[in-house]
Write a protein that binds this ligand. Sequence first.
Ligand code: DGJ
Length: 624
Amino acid sequence: MADITYNAASKCWILQLEGSTYCIGLSEDASSLQHIYWGPRIASAVASEMVHSSASLMGPFESPTGISREEYAPWGEMRFGEPGLKVEYADGTRAIEWVFDEHGFERSGASQTLWLRFRDQAYPLLVTLYYRIYDDHDVIERWVQLENTGGNGPVTIEQALSADWRPPRRERYRLTYLHGRWGKEMQVAEVMLGPGKIILESRRGMTSHQFNPWVALDPEANATEESGEVWSAALAWSGSWKIVVETTPRGEVHCIGGLNDFDFRYHLAEGEQLDLPAFVGLYSSKGFGGISRGWHAYEREHILPETPDAVRPVLYNSWEATTFAVNEQNQLELAEKAAKLGVEVFVVDDGWFGARDNDHAGLGDWTVNREKFPRGLNPLIAQVNALGMRFGLWVEPEMVNPNSDLYRTHPDWVYHFRQRTRSEGRNQLVLNLARDDVREWMFVTLNALLSEHNIEFIKWDLNRSFSEPGWPDEVERNPQRVWLDHVRNLYWVIDELRRHHPHVAFESCAGGGGRVDLGILPRVEQVWPSDNTDALDRLRIQEGFSYAYAPRVMMCWVTDCPNFVTKRTVPLSYRFHVAMAGSLGIGGDLSQWTPQEQEEAGGFIAMYKRCLLYTSDAADDLTR
Ligand code: DGJ
């Protein structure tokens, strides 16, 4: 059982988890928090007797605090490593000198939370470090709350990371991480660490295909799939992020992460509190298999939304079959074929709205295209329901085509700088969701769509990185907060939609796997890992995915050959076997499938349902 205790004699806090222990303690003068222990479970009495790292001075260029194993370092005094927090006070002072204030614990259900509050000795800033642990898990959620208690104007936050993780001193660490690009997400990469920093990040406003906010560290590259110690961390944030893995001149490795400070500034007003996203840590002595099982179990039990579906329903998506050329007739024909195979959710993808005949127009105009659906969507939905399936719909609410009524009406609603190009990606611009009016419009529009139709599944897409993140109307105030506020408002819109329409399941998609992270997972039942549906390429994508994320959220379609990305042809059975390692979907053009192929597909779908219903956790074991 998760247990947090405070040892007053040695001024340290001990977190006892399922198979691991974590310990932190105050320095003598209470001006810094020191990391003491993170590793296999030890008795609390043993942990509390461990001494704080003894920092031997390295000449006049360092300070004892600066080279100590600080748990979370504010920038100020003689600190030269990557700090957790850097601010500027209203009078121009740019250093923090804090002291411990108070602490507290809370238990809520299966979790226990510890908070430790520090206050700046001269300025009205409170910094509270949070730690949450769960019964039967080895994850530690860490985050930080900042509060301007007032009396001295705003506090400008220049860098605010969420947690700093410190694996124990060892000779040399291997860093394992996930990188990629469009069509090749979640590739496993590794590097032996030497002196210096490795920075993994996104500056794109979204999680990104290029790097996923997840890392693992193992000493001397000793860990295998089954054995060895691994320390891992993952960030709960869907916007620009940064993880710095730094090996200090003393050979200490630490891994600090949170919001990306690039181009970021946030004016924390008097009386305002700001909660930073969680950076979650996990220790396992059972190798990479132990780490991934730990992440999967945590996500299933504490992160993913509660759902009445023991396993994700088998889904059909018409994108690869009909692209933008959707209409009532062709969707109904596909739905009839899908239902015969045993499909449970039928999803109409892009092309159903506005003037959306290709990717040059229509984004932003979320009204049904009456040439394609003269009677609206409801007759199709009724027929899909009559076939025994739920109905799902694709949207991309954060984007707009310049060729749309929305943009013609509100050209100022997109991110842009005065006198500068509005760069288009896939012929679209990014809506400034940091604005309250855009947030309101998005909620009202989608709420109406869900209220007027029996939609039970939403695929939420995003098909370009952010650029020119300007907000001219806000220029006198705090335009650089868009990096934070866009994501906060995105979460708000999805959360509100879920609250109003609890029967609707969501899928996070960003042109494939560009938005997969612990921040979006509490808000979606599943994610789309890649637009590349080639089964052979998918093996690598799915393997990397499963290091960090539960296979049940990984939507995998069986599509047609030759594959549209790789031109490769592989047997239908092979495509099914690979797709069944996650949550199964079909994305091929069923109107072209032979009777034999349809029979084979029906057999696989029946087998998939039998196996997964036998044990609802089986999906999470299949790929590891
Ligand atoms: C990108 C997605 O990843 C695809 O599955 C599809 O939904 C297209 N967008 C539609 O534009």
